[in-house]
Design a protein around this ligand. Sequence first.
Ligand code: F0G
Length: 365
Amino acid sequence: LSIDQSGVWRFRDLFPIVKDFERVVTLREGNTPLYEMPKCGAIAGVDWLLAKHQGMNPTGSFKDTGMTAAISVAAERGFEWVACASTGNTSAAMAAYAARAGLRSIVFIPEGKIAWGKLSQSMDYGALTIQLKTDFDGCVKILTELVKKFPIYLLNSVNPYRLEGQKTPAFEMVEQLEWQVPEHVIVPGGNLANGAALGKGFAEMKQLGLISRVPKISVVQAQGANPLYRAMQANGGDTLEPVVAETRASAIRIGNPASWKKTVEVLRATGGWVEQATEQEIALAKAQIGAEGIGCEPASAVTLAGLKKLVAQGKITREERVVIVLTGHTLKDSEYTIKYHRGELLTAEETAGATAAEREEHAGL
Ligand code: F0G
């Protein structure tokens, strides 16, 4: 299996993190499609909207681009065990890449709070899968203690090599656009590594003289899991207060994000914004992305929900070119989708402010 077939490792000159490139652990990740989204663009009020679909990676999420990098480092350094705490996608990716590398993996996930598709992946790929009666933030705490005591390689997004892999979609995006740079890139915000990684990718391209400017990178959080949004409102992102997180977009149900400082730096450097989306707005945006024949998991749909708001506020104008990053595949959380289209997802309280058309949509009509 040639590493040149990997959309991540074909950029290896830009992240020389292993000594022996012939031994990297790859599932041919990356090289994901950049889809035109004319219907969603019209709904949001922009003429040019594309979606970089990172859900089209081997395990169905953007995490694969980082995991191929970090697992390759773990394998080269001779670790036997790797571990992560996860809302489901990191664990799915880690389990798969660890299995390919012949490493054992331990996954800590919040019990009952991750989508079935993701739970099943970690079991299928052979990870020791441990559900804890806590949330993601609680899982991180316990794992952090564990790795201090045992020779286990930590694969949460504080791992710097994951960010090296996760910066490569920025290169791909620009390459796919024939070296044009969009005005805006919008990502969902959970543990806040992805925006930081893409920001690094664009900044490096500029440094190398491959592009002459970087896009504004904006981050959208679920309203129920919005510590960065609050921090930006309160003090421009100087400090961040953890929140108790609650959202059906379980991938981003995170109250104490690890990489918030890096993301604040990217926001400041690029001039991007932080927005938040309600449960109703997330569900509607997800259905609209689905109706475009593309689909994504709930956490990814916050990007379109946030775009609508940024356009309405005049922060993004109709002529500006926008790329939303869809981070996970629609099949990751099919239960959410089925409930929504049966009109069983949202409560009356959540849909109280909806228009008549939206209400019909929400009712599954
Ligand atoms: N979208 C999806 C589908 C995710 O799984 C995650 C994070 C995010 C967005 C947010 O990205 O954390 O870099 O800001 N999932 C992690 C996990 C936390 O454990 O799978 P972020």
